[in-house]
Design a protein around this ligand. Structure first.
Ligand SMILES: [Zn+2]
Ligand SMILES: [Zn+2]
Length: 270
């Protein structure tokens, strides 16, 4: 890699369905990354459920090989880009996910696991999805389920990297959809997820996407991240960009985040 720091998490037009039709292409990111001197890892959504069931999904019908080929071609010219995937975890698809990892672990530079929806059609990372889910279940149950599925994801050991471990709080927080008093939204709960990652030698993302929402913090927060780093956690930083404007705006923040993480050393006394 040519540059000192890497943004491990950007989404591209045509490969991630949540990127706008006039959103950024590989070339757009490459140009901006070169200009601002940062390595960039393409981490488009790979959601088995939709890949199997929705012909409109960009990865439907084995397109993963086209995706890889396209990025690998750019890699021949540019030494600051990485091929990656943000793979959705499904409790009932662990075997297929393990097969996917067996087939592609070596083909990609980086694969991260994440959770956006554990009930198909109700993503907690969109306001619409979360609002519909809240019509079916109390907020406490949704949060509890998120943490339970996240534990399963980590303990499955399918992934060596986990993205945005506490993204359930993207909309559920005191600045947005307020949790009820019976909800456990403590840092400790997130720290315990992080500790499971440390135990399983899984790298944790410091995801900057929360900075564009009312919660206005990283996932996990800098406080939680520093605690986990102190306990031996390993981190990678991702802007989770879906537009070139956001990507460019976040580059100094990504660099700052690495510098922050680098100031925290593992406490060897423990
Ligand atoms: Zn994500
Ligand atoms: Zn993402």
């Amino acid at each position: 890699m040519r540059f000192k720091f890497t943004d491990f998490h950007v989404h591209t037009r045509g490969w991630s369905v949540d990127v706008a039709e006039d959103g950024p292409t590989f070339e757009d990111y490459i140009k901006a990354a070169e200009e601002h001197q940062i390595n960039v890892c393409f981490l488009d959504h790979y959601e088995l459920y939709y890949i199997e069931n929705d012909k409109a999904n960009p990865f439907y019908g084995g397109k993963i090989d086209d995706y890889l080929e396209e990025i690998d071609k750019f890699k021949e010219t540019y030494d600051f880009i990485l091929s990656g995937l943000e793979v959705e975890y499904y409790e009932d698809k662990e075997i297929q996910l393990l097969e996917l990892m067996d087939d592609y672990r070596k083909e990609f530079d980086f694969i991260g696991g994440s959770i956006h929806e554990w009930i198909i059609g109700y993503p907690i990372t969109t306001k619409e999805g979360l609002t519909s889910l809240l019509e079916k279940k109390p907020i406490k149950q949704i949060i509890d389920e998120y943490f339970k599925v996240s534990e399963k994801l980590i303990n499955s050991n399918i992934f060596k990297n986990i993205c945005h471990i506490d993204t359930i709080f993207r909309y559920i927080n005191n600045n947005d959809l307020k949790p009820t008093d019976d909800c456990d939204v403590s840092d400790n709960r997130i720290i315990n997820l992080g500790r499971l990652c440390i135990k399983n030698r899984i790298k944790i993302e410091l995801n900057l996407s929360g900075l564009k929402f009312p919660i206005n913090r990283t996932f996990p927060s800098l406080h939680v991240a520093s605690q986990l780093k102190n306990e031996g956690g390993e981190f990678f930083v991702g802007s989770d960009s879906h537009s070139i404007e956001y990507f460019e705006k976040q580059i100094p923040e990504v660099k700052k985040a690495y510098n922050f993480l680098n100031t925290i050393k593992k406490n060897k006394l423990i």
